[in-house]
Ligand binder design. Structure first.
Ligand code: HEM
Length: 245
């Protein structure tokens, strides 16, 4: 049985219409020379960059606490005591900030039929042969993998972090639970840093992507080349927003 992946949204001056799940409110094509396509609202971008900064600070403070070889990194946070005190709080900021991203983007990251083919043709992805790939929606399977793995990892990091946060939760957990939490926390942190590196590399490698998160829009050519199904949906969607709306 196929799942209904559409959701109705009501737009100003338009009859209620079924819009594909990867077309988010605010996504819009602006005809002109060049054509531009709105991809992220200002609020989504602020939300994203708070998440990005907190993950970098968490990684630096976490590595400083992880091994004496990197203890010198505590200098960035005002010394060892400060690093230890601040690290969990940055984790709390990351968790809530990522939750904001999660609730904004989860629908557009639901699996789609073309994802399997995209993964099967990963050598064409890496070789830059996009003409051999299926047309993809707002996000390709690689971006979806980053999204869902980050969601799982951040959940694991916050739960294991709370078990280890002795300042407030010492009496709620046993020593054995803390040991397991330390192991899970360290592994999740290493994997999250690797996923983050892949995410940033992809954002830089696919030219024209960064402007989506800095200026909020991409060129029509970028959308046509990398997310053609999404572009088609935007152009064809019933009652679609015009730039004036
Ligand atoms: C400094 C590092 C970062 C850079 C340069 C960066 C860059 C970008 C860019 C350019 C996009 C837009 C991609 C597109 O629309 O095709 C994006 C999307 C996104 N980023 Fe980042 N990012 C960074 C850090 C992070 C971190 C740390 C997280 C989460 C922990 C994150 C989560 C996301 C999510 C969820 C999206 C939406 C894509 C999706 O839902 O699949 N980013 N990022």
């Amino acid at each position: 049985m196929s799942r209904d992946r559409t959701r109705p949204i009501i737009m100003p001056n338009a009859v209620p219409a079924a819009v594909p799940a990867d077309v988010e409110p605010g996504d819009a094509v602006h005809p002109g020379k060049p054509v531009t396509v709105d991809r992220y609202s200002g609020a989504a971008r602020i939300n994203h960059w708070i998440t990005a900064v907190s993950l970098v600070l968490l990684a630096l403070s976490g590595m400083a606490l992880f091994t004496p070889k990197l203890f010198f990194l505590t200098g960035l946070f005002g010394g060892g005591q400060w690093t230890r005190a601040i690290h969990p709080w940055i984790g709390v900021v990351l968790f809530f900030s990522f939750m904001g991203l999660f609730f904004r983007f989860w629908r557009a990251n639901l699996p789609a039929r073309e994802d399997g083919v995209w993964v099967a043709r990963i050598s064409d992805v890496l070789g830059g042969h996009e003409e051999r790939l299926p047309e993809v929606g707002k996000y390709n399977a690689g971006q979806k993998a980053v999204f869902w793995s980050m969601s799982a990892l951040i959940l694991l990091l916050i739960t294991s972090g709370i078990v280890m946060w002795d300042q407030y939760f010492y009496s709620f957990t046993t020593i054995e639970q803390k040991r397991v939490a330390i192991l899970a926390h360290s592994i999740a942190a290493v994997v999250a840093i690797c996923v983050w590196i892949v995410h940033v590399y992809a954002a830089i490698w696919v030219r024209g992507t960064l402007s989506a998160m800095t200026r909020g829009h991409v060129t029509g050519g970028w959308a046509w080349r990398h997310h053609r199904k999404w572009l088609r949906e935007l152009v064809q969607k019933p009652g679609r927003r015009t730039p004036a709306e």
